[in-house]
Structure formats: C-alpha cells, structure tokens
Design a protein around this ligand. Structure first.
Ligand SMILES: Cc1ncc(COP(=O)(O)O)c(C=O)c1O
Length: 395
C-alpha cells in the first residue's frame, strides 16, 4: 500500500548515539559548563598551510568547475604514486576513484558489489557506518566479536566459523576506529588465504595508516597480486592531514570495479569538490615527515591516556597501536543503577562533565571510546574527573 512516510531503508538507519552525546555536551557548554570532550573523531590540528594555499590558489586560478566524476588525473596520479612508494601497491589511475570522503568511497563499494542477502563479515568492535552501509545495500552483517584480551585480533577459528556460502565481503579496518588495534601481518595473511579459498572481497579501510605508534601497518592489497584482485583499498586525507572538512577519500581496486563505482558516482554526486582535490593532491605529495609532529603528539597523548586509564581500579585497556582512540573496559563499574555503557556515558557527562562514546555503538558493550584528539591538559583533567566519578559508583 502507498504511504507518504520514510522509506523502510531510511527508517531502519540507527540514529547515532555519538551525535546525541555530542549535542548534549554542546548544550551543557552553551550553559557555561566546562565540558571536557573525549568524543572527537577528528584531529584537533589545522590543515597544513601548504595544502590550504594550493587549494586557494586553485580557486583564484578558476579551478572551480566540474572535473571528471572519479577525480582529476593529477590527484589520481598523486594517489597512485603514494600507493606505490608508501604502500608497495602498484595500481593504474583507472583503478582509483576519488569520492567525497572515505565514507562515500565505502558507500560506493557496498552499492557496487553487494546483492540483496549477501553476507559481509565485520570485526567487532567496528565503526558503525560499515553495518549501516551494508544494510543500505541490502547486505547482511555477520559480526565476529574480537576479544579485548586478544588485542581485538580475530582468531583463525573465528574467521573460519563466520564464512558461509553467502559470504561476499569482509571489512578490515587497521588501525581501527574504535580500538586503535593494528592487525598483525600473520592475521592479514590468514584473511587473504581465506578470501582466496572461499572467494570473497576484502575491503581494507586504511584511513588511519599513518597514525601509528611503534608499528608499521601492512597494506592488505600489497600482500600479493592474487589477493589484490579481490581487494578494495580505502584511504583518504581526513585523518593524516587534518582535512576532515575537505571531504576527499578514495577507493582503489580492480579496474572493472573502479569503472562500476565511477558510473554510480556519475549519477549520485558527480565529482568531489574541484579545489579540494587540488588540496588533497598537495597533501599526498607531502613527505611523510611533514605530519610527524602531529603523529608524535598523538603518541605522547596516547601514553598519557593509557597511564591514566590503567590507574583507575579494574579498568582494562589493551595498548592501542594506531589511530587516536583508546577503548577501555569499564564493565566493572556497571550495576543495576548504571546497567550499561550508554548509561555510564550519560552518568559521566552529568556527573563529571566529560563526554565519551559508549562502546555499544561499536558492538563493544561495557567499553567506552575515548578519543585523544584533545589537549594533554584536557586529557589529564578529564581522566581525573572520570576516576573521581566512577569511584563514587564503587562506594
Ligand atoms: C574507520 C573510518 N573510516 C572512514 C572514516 C571516514 O573518513 P572520511 O572523513 O574520509 O569520510 C572514518 C571517520 O571517522 C573512520 O573512522
């Protein structure tokens, strides 16, 4: 029967508790409260000047018209050469599609490769967008719960058990949002072997690849020529170059898949913003050392947040090796009054004026996600407030 309501597709989307917490934190701030936020999903640094200048210059030169839908040749060349030199991955420009952020690239992948009923393996805790985008494409998320004690790394048996004849895809995110885990090369090789044996795609979201602390992340597609044919690599400029508002990301995969995504993009957004592409090309051409100050600062903050969390009795947290998040287990503080992590996050905002994201958002119940894209001073003060607030729950 005809109705004038939301489509079932739109109505089924889960509202983001992250936005609800952030909105509440902002309204408390507007009331003059000194809210400390561990909720940020973006670097608290400015985009480097040289990138801004390249984009401003492009505007002044009139580079303000449509470009090819899948991105300019210049930006695709910059991505191709970055993938070759930094990731050991050889691709041609027609294997790359530039989109309006890595989130858009992921959406294109799901829409281009999934059929209704196709199963997609997600490694929990995972970034909520993956599951929502799979469902938008009428796919079915199949979730592997990776144990905190194992550093959020799936075991071979868990991987094997999740595979069925309907498995079409597995999504990897290393370094991970929300856990900061970097998957060991051995695990990636196991996943590659399973993908080849059972015939499924691997979507490897490597957006945090340059924000790593003492480890070298492995580009999944560069494990071998065969697996590269079944892999879509996702990357972008948002996190590495503090460019979240520019909205530039990319997908790189087999030529025919790139063509499919490009045709989809033709009908949905056309090209990403012309002068933002010029800024992104400048970013990809910057030497790795140019973002070292930001990376080193994140590492120092990670050490502060880890020490602070581990000083809170009964809080367990594996060492995050990448991204800018810690994912501690606060389940020792749950009770009939504070029954879950959502209630705990609400309590911390009300009682301690500290904003954190509940772990259930990422299918990591009992945990909280703390972003350390915040000043050292705020991290220190925020942790002191958390410790004081949770100690009252014990008392
Ligand atoms: C794991 C992961 N992938 C992709 C993105 C999206 O990045 P972009 O800003 O390029 O859309 C995010 C942003 O939070 C993320 O955490």
């Amino acid at each position: 029967m005809k109705t004038l309501g939301l489509s079932a597709r739109a109505a089924a989307l889960r509202p983001s508790p992250t936005l609800a917490i952030t909105a509440k934190a902002n309204s408390l701030r507007a009331e003059g409260k000194d809210v400390i936020s561990f909720a940020a999903g973006e670097p608290d640094f400015n985009t480097p000047d040289s990138i801004c200048e390249a984009a401003i210059d492009a505007i002044h030169k009139g580079f303000t018209k449509y470009t090819p839908s899948a991105g300019t040749k210049d930006l695709k060349d910059a991505i191709v050469s970055k993938l070759a030199t930094e990731n050991g991955l050889t691709v041609a420009t027609d294997q790359v599609v530039v989109s309006c952020g890595a989130k858009h690239s992921l959406y294109n992948v799901m829409q281009t490769l999934l059929e209704p009923g196709d199963e997609v393996i997600l490694l929990a805790p995972y970034w909520m967008t993956y599951a929502e985008q799979v469902k938008l494409a009428e796919g079915v998320p199949v979730v592997i719960h990776c144990a905190a004690e194992a550093g959020f790394v799936p075991t071979f048996d868990q991987l094997k058990a999740a595979i069925s004849p309907r498995t079409k895809m597995l999504v990897l995110n290393s370094p991970s949002n929300p856990t900061g885990a970097v998957l060991p090369r051995e695990t990636l090789k196991e996943i590659a072997a399973l993908a080849l044996r059972h015939g499924f795609w691997v979507v490897s979201d490597e957006i945090y690849e340059r924000l790593v602390y003492g480890v070298t992340p492995q580009c999944f597609a560069s494990l071998g020529k065969e697996i590269a044919e079944q892999t879509i690599t996702i990357g972008g400029v948002s996190k590495t170059y503090a460019m979240t508002g520019w909205r530039i990301g990319f997908a790189a995969g087999p030529k025919w898949v790139a063509a499919g995504m490009s045709h989809l993009q033709d009908q949905v957004t056309s090209n990403p913003t012309s002068f933002a592409q010029v800024g992104a090309a400048a970013a990809f051409r910057m030497p790795a050392s140019s973002v070292e100050t930001m990376r080193a600062e994140f590492e120092a903050r990670r050490d502060i947040i880890l020490a602070g969390l581990r000083a809170i009795p009964d809080v367990k947290v594996p060492t995050p090796e990448g991204a800018f998040y810690a994912f501690p287990d606060f389940s020792a503080y749950l009770s009939p009054e504070i029954p879950d992590d959502l209630a705990l996050a609400t309590y911390l905002l009300d009682e301690a004026e500290v904003a954190v994201i509940p772990g259930s958002v990422f299918e990591g119940p009992g945990h909280l996600r703390l972003s350390y894209a915040a000043s050292r001073d705020n991290i220190q003060r925020g942790l002191e407030r958390i410790e004081k607030a949770v100690s009252k729950l014990r008392a």
